[in-house]
Design a protein around this ligand. Structure first.
Ligand SMILES: Cc1cc2nc3c(=O)[nH]c(=O)nc-3n(C[C@H](O)[C@H](O)[C@H](O)COP(=O)(O)O)c2cc1C
Length: 327
């Protein structure tokens, strides 16, 4: 068992996001903004019957990302498990393929996932949770992290979960400061990240509502967490890792000028990666729209701007809008 978390302190992690962080997306961001320290696949559900096929695991991770060990080792493989699934076998399969970092999803709030007793549901059933954690720890000898919310219906199990992870040898804990029932309401409560960082020696990765360089500085100062993970903030500003790591600090106007320069660069690297995998512009356009959720938020009249992009009928039209709005 290796209990040393592979990343250095104050690392910036790009969060797993279903429907976003597929292989092409991760590679485009990794190549364009290499300052992100770690990525993750979105979750792969451990089957309740039978096992994963090797092809299925490889397709989920992506063959190009797999072929280059430096890229492979920069990405955690996330699974979603329940008590019934054959988690030991799934872990052995993932290990046998050479993956070095496995992450367990304990935050997914989807009704379907929770009805199948997986994701955030497990935070309310410590017996099932312990069994799964033990199964993973015994069958995966490399870095094993969990990604949790602060509870299912409420936060009453929070510290018990943290203790359980510590006792069972989990290597790192990512905490999104909301319960499952809160979904995305209100703001994430960083108090829990601070509390966990104090209570355990397991590295804590803070997550939730980190949108700017100032937020990054604040969460590190306030919680003393080991590292942080960004989801929607990374989708809004995929160049946030380089912005944080450079010495200069920019004002609002300067940040907007940087935004206008980075957006076309970002979409052109995404186009390059997606074009290698699918030849249809219509599919690339669909992907582009899913990446446009927050990226135009800082533009004047942002709702109108975003609507124009979302209504574009061809990739060419989307790119012409980029030329127009980012000049
Ligand atoms: C579109 C979308 C898809 C997500 N998919 C996953 C996922 O597959 N696995 C996971 O652990 N979290 C997933 N999340 C949760 C994020 O990783 C993150 O924990 C959450 O959004 C809070 O962080 P943020 O405020 O930085 O966005 C998803 C979030 C979004 C917005």
């Amino acid at each position: 068992m290796n209990n040393t978390f592979p990343i250095k302190k104050k690392s910036l992690l790009f969060a797993p996001m279903e429907g976003i962080t597929d292989e092409a997306y991760r590679l485009a961001v990794m190549k364009t903004f290499p300052e992100w320290d770690l990525f993750s696949t979105d979750f792969l559900r451990v089957p309740t019957e039978g096992s994963f096929s090797k092809k299925f695991i490889m397709e989920h991770f992506g063959k190009e990302a797999y072929a280059k060990p430096d890229l492979r080792n920069k990405t955690a493989f996330q699974i979603l498990a329940n008590e019934k699934g054959n988690t030991p076998l799934a872990c052995q399969q993932i290990e046998n393929l050479g993956f070095k970092h496995l992450d367990l999803n304990l935050g997914c709030p989807s009704k379907r996932v929770n009805q199948h007793l997986g994701g955030a549901y497990l935070l309310s059933d410590l017996k099932a949770l312990q069994k799964i954690i033990k199964n993973i720890r015994e069958n995966f000898p490399h870095h094993f992290s969990v990604k949790m919310r602060i509870g299912y219906k409420d936060d009453s199990n929070f510290l018990n979960c943290i203790k359980l992870f510590e006792n069972e040898g989990v290597d790192a804990i990512t905490i999104h400061g909301r319960t499952r029932d809160q979904l995305y309401k209100g703001t994430a409560d960083w108090e829990y990240i601070k509390m966990a960082s104090k209570e355990t020696s397991v590295p804590i990765i803070g997550n939730g509502d980190i949108w700017s360089v100032t937020d990054i500085e604040n969460i590190f100062d306030y919680t003393n967490c080991h590292s942080i993970m960004l989801g929607r903030g990374a989708l809004k500003t995929p160049w946030l890792a380089p912005l944080y790591k450079m010495k200069e600090r920019y004002n609002k106007e300067e940040l907007f000028e940087i935004r206008k320069k980075r957006i076309p660069l970002y979409f052109s690297s995404l186009k390059e990666e997606y074009a290698k995998r699918c030849s249809q512009d219509a599919l690339i356009l669909k992907r582009f729209k899913s990446f446009s959720r927050n990226i135009f938020d800082d533009f004047p009249q942002n709702e109108i701007v975003k609507r124009k992009f979302m209504r574009s009928k061809s990739l060419k039209e989307f790119e012409e809008l980029l030329d127009f709005f980012c000049k």
